[in-house]
Design a protein around this ligand. Structure first.
Ligand SMILES: NC(=O)c1ccc[n+]([C@@H]2O[C@H](COP(=O)([O-])OP(=O)(O)OC[C@H]3O[C@@H](n4cnc5c(N)ncnc54)[C@H](O)[C@@H]3O)[C@@H](O)[C@H]2O)c1
Length: 314
């Protein structure tokens, strides 16, 4: 299969591109190397992909002429690119253009292809709102620009499936961590603070937040499980994540134990739109995709610490 991966220089997209190539697919990545976080990290990911024969083209889905910029005869698109997370320094325009407009442009590109590709949209548990413990069919109640724009992107894709214009599915991911995790996220920050003796910025009350912390290779297992299941998954949404819940406090303690250190905390005001509880309900993915995440938080964090030390501690 010829597979296009958008956001291939990012955290989850880069792991998925590698897995697809290992499975024998021809993979082409695209990314605009957005400065949302350190571009050098994205370049590091792209270099790792290039060493495995996966090219990452510099393409901006918002502005580039996609018919000229993207390869032809693509069988499948995995759509990871997005303005992710909740951040005080991001504008509504960042979320709107990278999540909604870029997805609309990608859809327009897919629909003019001679053979219409199967489109796998990467969604998020943030669309459920402050609590994300539900099956896929409850009414979404996003509480952040991120959640609202990701919901709109998902619905743009699924609307075309409902119209019968293309086959598509959307996978809602839960709190992914592991090697290459974004630097704005919990575990990369914690590991950095623990190893470099820096204070960890803890948003007040967030130590009690519950999360389905899901190891990136378990997420990739779920993502690639839709291959060859187009007719089963077309028009459907699947939650992907671990059913195991941990508090942020447990996450901090686990990193402290693995690093054999105590991490100093610097208290910050709570973040608007931060979810209080996420617990992936994966009954549908278990049944239809055979999805079964197994990595424990301790095992996953060991791998993430090893990656951090190898790349950032000289
Ligand atoms: N990390 C998580 O815990 C998590 C949880 C739920 C859902 N997701 C979803 O997974 C996907 C990947 O997230 P991630 O954590 O790997 O983020 P990431 O920021 O590491 O990856 C996204 C990539 O998309 C690229 N990009 C952004 N705008 C673009 C544009 N206009 N054109 C081309 N490329 C563009 C960025 O440069 C980046 O490399 C996102 O859709 C996100 O919403 C992530």
């Amino acid at each position: 299969m010829k597979i296009l991966v958008t956001g291939a220089a990012g955290f989850i997209g880069s792991h998925t591109a590698e897995r697809l190539a290992e499975m024998g697919h021809q993979v082409i990545g695209i990314d605009n190397f957005s400065p949302y976080y350190n571009i050098e990290l994205k370049e590091l990911n792209a270099k790792a992909l290039s060493e495995k024969g996966i090219e990452v083209l510099r393409v901006d889905l918002r502005t580039d002429d996609l018919q000229k910029a993207l390869p032809e005869a693509i069988d499948i698109i995995f759509h990871f690119s997005a303005h992710p997370g909740i951040s005080n320094t991001s504008t509504f325009e960042d979320y709107f253009s990278n999540n909604i407009l870029a997805t609309k442009n990608l859809l327009d590109f897919a629909l003019q292809c001679e053979k219409t590709p199967f489109l796998v949209n990467i969604g998020t548990s943030s669309i459920y709102g402050l609590e994300a413990t539900f099956p896929e069919d409850v009414a979404p109640k996003p509480a952040s620009w991120y959640g609202v724009t990701k919901l709109a992107a998902e619905q743009l894709v699924l609307a075309k499936s409902r119209e019968g214009k293309l086959q598509a599915t959307s996978l809602r991911l839960y709190s992914v961590y592991g090697p290459r995790e974004r630097p704005d996220k919990l575990y990369t920050r914690l590991i950095d603070c623990g190893l470099n003796n820096k204070p960890f910025p803890l948003y007040n009350g967030s130590e009690k937040h519950l999360r389905s912390f899901t190891y990136v290779q378990d997420i990739v297992d779920g993502i690639v499980s839709v291959l060859d299941k187009e007719t089963i998954v077309n028009g459907e949404i699947f939650n992907l994540g671990t059913e195991e819940e941990s508090t942020t406090a447990t996450g901090i303690e686990t990193v402290e134990t693995l690093l054999n250190t105590t991490i100093k905390v610097s208290a910050k005001p709570p973040r608007a739109g931060d979810q209080s509880r996420t617990k992936a309900n994966i009954d549908k993915a278990r049944k239809l995709l055979g999805y079964n995440p197994t990595t424990t938080l301790k095992e996953g964090l060991k791998a993430q610490i090893a990656w951090f030390e190898e790349n950032f501690i000289k």
